[in-house]
Design a protein around this ligand. Sequence first.
Ligand SMILES: [Zn+2]
Length: 147
Amino acid sequence: MESGSQIIPTLALNLLTDAEAHYKQDNKFSPEILQSLHAVFGNVLIRAAEMLENASFLRYQTHNKKRQLIKVVNRSEQYTLFTNINFCHCQAFKYQVLQTRNVITCKHVLAAKLAHICGQMKVELVTDNQLADLLNYQYEQHGNLQT
Ligand SMILES: [Zn+2]
């Protein structure tokens, strides 16, 4: 089913919820949690962990939190993600997640989840119009990239 690939599998999602609960308690990931995360996400976890050290994560949200957008900036690269939707415009997502299905998600999506758990996600409140502008800008960027 084509749309199935857009949703993070339940097992992975439960694991992230688990990881979040543990992190809140101990302020770090236990070796067991890291092992389970690695079992589910494979090397994407390693790359996501590297990103946590180098990248910046920003969540734009409207005041009622109904609409949200996450921006991940890693050196010169920038990706826009959506909360609760497993999708990214990067090449890895296109080939490894959607085509070969080797992995559940890409490092950007996973890193954003981890950044949220570790409190590394900055939040900026925006209006509905500002959020719409950000979205439009994003589509224009990627429209150009794909041609
Ligand atoms: Zn990505």
